[in-house]
Design a protein around this ligand. Structure first.
Ligand code: HBI
Ligand code: FE
Length: 295
């Protein structure tokens, strides 16, 4: 596999991260090596085994509908035929992390940027930046779901707008992405399930987020989320739980400008904070995590 074309490294608020060109690139599928395909197979099989019973029904149904298999790294062109027909979304190849405005603009136009290279066997359990497995296995399947696909496009439009408002608005909106798209949990009749891409593409966190007593599990609240800081180098200290994807759509309908103005006058909280008024989920009997209202 030819090397990703990193442009430079930059010290940002997310640490010392590689900055890539913003070019859209063709997926160099013929250049993937047997090792690349084997890394895909290992990660795919391991995650699918862990996620049955942990991932949300929508995620598992969508991933099957995508037609992905462990046999080889999927071809973006083949996925796009299915994806475009389902929700008008498409996958585009990129070198890696994009500047936020570029990223938001792609989402607003129903283009999901997928890194074209996959991690090495030595990075199987963790790497600091999104590779093909994180993006393709984690993010792309739920774009088959019409409600989630609408949420992601609305999020992109909101991001372009927030970028115009200023850096604080962007920080607030990035927290919303982090605690829903990357690390969100959803309530099902049979307990809490995972839909966040950062979780479903990670073996350890797929188990930790539902079974460890350590993290908080708190009912979705838009402004509470926008005021909650996060760490990028550990398992999450708090997971936010939605009732449904419809709830995400409703939450992102209003104009955020007055919300950003209100948040600018308030403090943000450390990731592990629990506040009076939080809808906290406790380990319930039988069906897994329930909140006070369910017990
Ligand atoms: N770029 N390629 C890529 N993939 C992402 O998931 C991504 C990004 N740039 C910025 C970003 N995510 C986050 O900061 C979002 O919250 C915007
Ligand atoms: Fe991601």
């Amino acid at each position: 596999m030819n090397e990703p074309r990193r442009v430079e490294h930059q010290q940002t608020d997310k640490g010392y991260v590689p900055v890539y060109t913003t070019d859209v690139v063709e997926q160099p599928w013929a250049s993937y090596t047997a090792t690349d395909h084997d890394v895909w197979r290992q990660l795919y099989e391991r995650q699918r085994e862990i996620l049955v019973g942990r991932a949300s029904d929508e995620f598992l149904i969508a991933q099957d509908a995508m037609g992905m298999t462990p046999d080889a790294i999927p071809k973006f062109t083949e996925l796009n035929t299915v994806l475009r027909a389902a929700t008008g979304w498409e996958v585009i190849g990129v070198e890696g992390l994009l500047p936020e405005l570029t990223f938001f603009d792609h989402l607003a136009n129903r283009r999901f940027p997928v890194t074209w290279w996959i991690r090495t066997p030595g990075q199987l359990d963790y790497l600091a930046e999104p590779d093909l497995f994180h993006d393709l296995f984690g993010h792309v399947p739920l774009l088959m779901n019409p409600l989630f696909g609408d949420y992601m496009a609305a999020y992109g439009r909101g991001g372009v707008k927030a970028h115009g408002i200023g850096p604080e608005a962007l920080v607030n909106l990035t927290r919303l992405y982090w605690y829903t798209v990357e690390f969100g949990l959803i309530k099902q009749k049979d307990g809490l399930r995972i839909y966040g891409s950062g979780i479903v593409s990670s073996k350890g966190e797929s188990i930790h987020c539902l079974e460890s007593p350590a993290p908080n599990r708190i009912g979705f609240d838009l402004e509470r989320i926008m005021r909650t800081r996060y760490r990028i180098d550990t398992y999450q200290k708090t997971y936010f739980v939605i009732d449904s994807f419809a709830q995400l759509i409703e939450a992102t309908e209003p104009d955020f400008t007055p919300i950003y103005a209100r948040l600018a006058t308030q403090d943000s909280f450390p990731a592990g904070t629990v506040l009076d008024g939080d809808q906290v989920f406790h380990r319930g009997s039988g069906a897994g995590w329930l909140n006070d209202g369910d017990i």
